[in-house]
Design a protein around this ligand. Structure first.
Ligand code: CIR
Length: 254
C-alpha cells in the first residue's frame, strides 16, 4: 500500500518562514479547507493517509516534505535550513520509525526535503538558501550502500529545487528553466512552465497522475495537451506561505 504522511495546518502559519515572497495575510480556514481538499485528492488516488496532529507552535509544520526523505530502504531525517523548523523533525521521525530504518543529517549539514529530487537511484540536491554541500555529502555517504548517487544542482531565484523542477512521468520533468539549468538532468524529456506562471513547476506525481494546483491554467493546458493525467486542487492559500503540492506530504510504500 502507498501511504501519504501529512500534518494539519498550524494555527500559527502566519508566522511562517519566507524566502522569496512578501508576507501577506493567510486565511487559516481557507488554508485548512484546501489542505483537506489535498488530502481528499490523495485518498481518491488510493493512498492511505497517516495524518499527524497540528503543531500549534510550529508555523511551517504542514510542509512535512522538508523534514524527511523516505526511500524504499530507509528514511533520512533532515536538518532543515531554517532554525525555526528543526523542531518539526521529532514527530515525523516518530511516525516513520515503524516503517523504516532512520538515518539523520547532522550539523552543520542543512537539508530541506524540498531540495531533493529523486529519479530512480539518482538523487539531485538543490544548493539553495536552505541546503548546503555538507548535507549533500552526508547524504551521499548514507545512501551509497543502497546504490544511490547524489548530485548537487545549483538553484537560483526560488526557495527549493522542487519549486523549479518536479517529475511528472517516468522520464518527464516539469521545469522552470529560469531557476535551474535543464542540462544537469541528463536524458529526460521536459515540459516547460508558461513563462508567466513561474511557480507552476511543482507537481506531485502519484503513479501515473499528478496532483496539480488550479493556479496555473496555462501550464495545466500544456500538460493536458501532452497527455498528463491531472487531479486539480486549490492550493493558493498555502502558496502564500511559499508551500506547494509536493511540500505537504511524504509518500512511501508500506
Ligand atoms: C519555508 O519557508 O520553509 C516554508 N514557509 C515553506 C516550505 C515549503 N516547502 C517545500 O517547498 N518543500
Amino acid at each position: 500500500m502507498l501511504v501519504a504522511l501529512t500534518r494539519q495546518v498550524s494555527r500559527s502559519i502566519a508566522n511562517c518562514e519566507l524566502a522569496f515572497l512578501e508576507r501577506v495575510p493567510i486565511d487559516i480556514n481557507r488554508a485548512r479547507g484546501q489542505h483537506d481538499q489535498y488530502e481528499a485528492a490523495l485518498k481518491s488516488l488510493g493512498l492511505t493517509l497517516l495524518c499527524l496532529p497540528e503543531e500549534p507552535d510550529l508555523p511551517d509544520s504542514v510542509f512535512v516534505e522538508d523534514v524527511a526523505l523516505v526511500l524504499d530502504e530507509c528514511a533520512v531525517i533532515t536538518r532543515p535550513g531554517a532554525a525555526s523548523r528543526r523542531a518539526e523533525t521529532a514527530s515525523v521521525a516518530g511516525a516513520l520509525a515503524p516503517y523504516r530504518q532512520l538515518l539523520h543529517i547532522e550539523p552543520p549539514g542543512c537539508l530541506d526535503g524540498g531540495d531533493v529530487l529523486r529519479l530512480g537511484k539518482q538523487i539531485y540536491i538543490g544548493q539553495s538558501q536552505r541546503t548546503n554541500a555538507g548535507a549533500a555529502g552526508q547524504l551521499q555517504r548514507l545512501l551509497e550502500p543502497f546504490g544511490y548517487e547524489v548530485e548537487v544542482v545549483p538553484v537560483a531565484g526560488c526557495l527549493h529545487l522542487k519549486s523549479a523542477v518536479t517529475q511528472i512521468g517516468p522520464d518527464t520533468l516539469l521545469i522552470n528553466p529560469q531557476w535551474v539549468d535543464k542540462r544537469v538532468f541528463g536524458n529526460v524529456k521536459f515540459i516547460e512552465v508558461e513563462a508567466s506562471e513561474g511557480y507552476a513547476a511543482n507537481a506531485l506525481l502519484i503513479r501515473n497522475t499528478i496532483v496539480y494546483p488550479t493556479s496555473f491554467p496555462k501550464t495545466q493546458e500544456r500538460l493536458v495537451r501532452r497527455g498528463i493525467e491531472i487531479v486539480a486542487v486549490e492550493a493558493d492559500e498555502l502558496a502564500k506561505a511559499e508551500g506547494a503540492v509536493t511540500c505537504c506530504s511524504l509518500i512511501f510504500s508500506a
